[in-house]
Design a protein around this ligand. Structure first.
Ligand SMILES: Cc1cc2nc3c(=O)[nH]c(=O)nc-3n(C[C@H](O)[C@H](O)[C@H](O)COP(=O)(O)O)c2cc1C
Length: 224
């Protein structure tokens, strides 16, 4: 695996420290740091601090109804915000996302981030075959907490979150996605413990702890 210099860590739960997805996404970041201790982490807790939706200028410019002003990125508003967020993503060698499932998909604050980051002619372009991603691929680790189950046998609800995030990242050229489903968080302590065991095992498989190289034996002193 390539050395990681920059990690972008995004969380989308409003529950801050009580959040399963936030806490497990921190475990993923810790593991990446164990493997690349020099990596710099940029953390964005959007679930707590919020993120404004795209605004009128952004909407009109993207719809082609307004030509993009030369100074559009310098003006306050969501085009400048979009540019900052895309630059942050471009600078990241790895992305870690902690998100709850809200009504079968991502919370609206993560959707707002997606609306800023998937920008036509900037993060994706067009070809006769469809949209073409303009960003380099990189690993994205996604911890998903859900109150009920959404994968495997006996699940009683649809999962729009996983295929949606796959389509979103594919649009901008990112395909190396790794999901960590932390399911049934409202089903009691035993269900939570089982879910945590499952994602920890997945973490060990996907990002094994680095083995420390033993220090060499000290050289014996040369006889005087
Ligand atoms: C607005 C809202 C919608 C939710 N929708 C779902 C859902 O569709 N499916 C589900 O399994 N759990 C749903 N939940 C439960 C959360 O996914 C669950 O509590 C999860 O642990 C929250 O993530 P967090 O612990 O990272 O905050 C919903 C919770 C909220 C607040």
């Amino acid at each position: 695996m390539k050395t990681i210099g920059n990690i972008l860590h995004i969380t989308a739960s409003p529950r801050a420290d009580a959040s399963f997805s936030q806490n497990f996404s921190k475990r993923i970041v810790e593991r990446l740091l164990a493997r690349d201790p020099g990596a710099v982490v940029v953390r964005r807790d959007f679930g707590v601090i919020g993120l404004p939706h795209v605004d009128e200028t952004y909407g009109h410019t993207l719809a082609g109804s307004w030509p993009m002003a030369a100074d559009a990125y310098e003006r306050p508003g969501s085009l400048a915000q979009s540019e900052r967020l895309i630059c942050e993503l471009e600078a990241a060698d790895a992305v870690v996302i902690g998100t709850p499932m809200h009504n079968y998909t991502v919370p609206s604050v993560l959707k707002a981030w997606i609306d800023h980051v998937l920008r036509a002619h900037r993060s994706f372009g067009f070809s006769p075959e469809g949209k073409v991603g303009l960003l380099a691929d990189r690993p994205v680790y996604i911890a998903v907490a859900s109150g009920g189950g959404y994968t495997g046998e006996g699940t009683l609800q649809p999962d729009f979150l996983t295929p949606y995030l796959e389509a979103v990242f594919r649009t901008i050229g990112i395909r190396d996605l790794h999901f960590f489903p932390l399911q049934r968080t409202v089903a009691g302590a035993e269900a939570v413990a089982e879910a945590l065991r499952g994602v920890e095992a997945l973490l060990d498989r996907k990002l094994p702890m680095p083995t420390l190289t033993p220090l060499p034996e000290p050289m014996p002193l040369a006889a005087a």
